[in-house]
Structures are given as C-alpha cells and as structure tokens.
Design a protein. Sequence first.
Length: 317
Amino acid sequence: MNPIAPTQPTDHAARPEAAPTTIVLAGATGALGLLIAHYLRQRGATVRALVRPGASTKAEATSLRLQGVSVVEVDFGSVAELTKACQGGTCVVSALSGLREVIVDTQTRLLEAAVAAGVPRFIPSDFSADFTHLPEGSNRNFDFRREFQRRLDKAPIRATSILNGMFMDLLTGQAPVILAGPKRVLYWGSPDQPLDFTTMQNTAEYTAAAALDATTPRYLRVAGDVASIRGLQAAATAATGQPYKLFRAGSLGLLAGMIKVTKTLMPAKDEVFPPWQGMQYLHNMLSGQAKLAEPLDNGRYPEIRWKTVRELLAGRR
Ligand SMILES: NC(=O)c1ccc[n+]([C@@H]2O[C@H](COP(=O)([O-])OP(=O)(O)OC[C@H]3O[C@@H](n4cnc5c(N)ncnc54)[C@H](OP(=O)(O)O)[C@@H]3O)[C@@H](O)[C@H]2O)c1
C-alpha cells in the first residue's frame, strides 16, 4: 500500500488567503520543538503548534502561547483532523520523537495531511547523523527514519531533512565519551575519525531559518563543530585546564559485540534511547558511516553563530 497516493492536494485557490509564512509545528512541546518555535517567532513567523489532546494545558503549551504561538489540539491518529490543522501552512515541521508508531506511522499521517491541505513543504524529524547510507539494522532509530524517508520521497511535497550529527549537548550529559571524573575520552576504533556535533539550540535556529526558506534542497547538512576523538581531548583539556587522556576501550568490532550483549540483557524495546541504541549511534559515528558529507551547509544562514565543543565544555564549569 502506498500511504501517500490516496491523498488529493487541496486546490489552493479554493481556500482563504493564508499568512505568507505560517509554519505548522508538530512536537512543539518537546525539547527541540520548543526551541524551534522560539526561533521561528524570533524571525516573525506565524507558528501553529499541533499538540496532543489534553496537552494544551501543559506548561510547555503555556510557554508557547506566551511567545505568540497558536496551540491547536489535534488527534494525531486522524488524517482528517490533521489536514484541517495544516490548512494554510507554508511548511510543516516535525520535531516528534518516538519509535516506529511515531516516526513512521504518525509522521506518515502528518505527511498525508500536509499534502491534502496543499502545504508545499515538509521538514521531517530527522535531526541526526547522516543515516541515509547506513546498512539496515545498524541503528534501529535510523531504520525508522529511512522507512519514513522512502514514503516522504514519493509524496508530492518538497521535503528538506536537517542532518546535524549528534546533539553536542549530549557530550556534557548522556553520551559517555568525555568523562569528567577520570579525565578520559572514551572511544572505540580510531581516535582520528572526524565526528559531527551541533547543539540543540543551533539545530533549532537553523531549522527555523530553513522552514522559512522556500528554496531549501532535499538535505541540509550542518555541524557546529567537527572533531575527532583527539579533537575532543584537546577541547576538553583547553576548556577545563585539566589534561585529558585517551582511553581506547577496543575495536569497533568489540563495540558491535557489546551492543549485541547489551541489547540482549537490557532490551528496553519501548524506550526511544535505550543504552544499546546510544551505542549504535556511537558505532555509526566512530565508523565514519554516518559522517556528514562536506562541504557542510552551515553558511546558508550567515547570522547563525555556531557553538564549538570547546565553548560548550567551558560553559559546563
Ligand atoms: N542528534 C541527536 O543527537 C539527537 C538527540 C536527541 C533527539 N534528537 C532528535 O530530535 C528530535 C526531537 O527530539 P526531542 O528530544 O525534542 O524529543 P522530546 O523532547 O521527547 O519531544 C517529543 C515531542 O513529540 C511529541 N510526541 C511524542 N509522541 C507523540 C505522539 N504519539 N503523538 C503526538 N506527539 C507525540 C511530544 O509530545 P508530548 O509533549 O505531548 O509528549 C513532544 O512534543 C527527534 O527527531 C529526536 O530523535 C536528536
């Protein structure tokens, strides 16, 4: 079944004149979505946030309204409701997060709705390392994204994916790479493989600019910083004034084996980011398979100031 085919684009002439830049934002109550809404409003866009039934009373929805975002409750299971909510939009941006039922199923309904409502552009919730050439099974969350990508590429709508590498913020949080306690940078494989990092804030700024830019290509690849493991070591040393050393835990083959074991012992299938999925992400990056092709598209919106790993780490202290 082609889930896109049955939808009929709305006749633009048949509906009332829309504001020139109405961005329809799904996932606006999430961490990235809130930031995208903020930067869209800063650029003067009209923003319509689609939230789940009951979510319009949440603190995030209040914050959105205070910024002048219109918050619309919608049943994400209903293409008809989503279509109504997408009317007049110039671009649908998805910052949804979840497993297959969200990334493939919910986004497909949102896509069908965008097409049916005659919205010309769609930005899916990709916001990741470059998953486009990865082998199936190497990263569960990326498999979902490629599955949705195949549907998106068949749909009569102009799509733009933002690929930004790993959220740099994770280096001071969940990603066990720069270890502040023992002053080590932990890695597998080569310490010289270039890796892409972008803060969530820079990603949101860029996404807002791209949502308002009618001429974006299918992919935009950006990185606030490109650093190898040795580069992370130098950045951590410079930022903290403390010497960091490298700690090679083993080969990429060993990491692959550890992923299998962790997945077996702690499957946590319902979690979006269980430990083994984070390890898959690291493997994709450290192998170079998910490296963003250069030249990057950072310069497309020259007003954006990109944060480096060193600046991020210096801010932590
Ligand atoms: N590159 C990286 O390193 C990296 C790291 C983290 C995330 N990301 C990506 O960034 C994007 C946004 O992630 P995030 O961290 O901002 O996620 P988040 O904070 O968990 O927010 C997820 C959003 O999706 C909504 N949502 C979830 N399930 C839904 C459903 N079934 N129906 C309707 N709405 C639903 C949530 O609504 P409620 O508020 O109602 O729950 C929320 O607005 C995702 O693509 C994620 O994979 C990338």
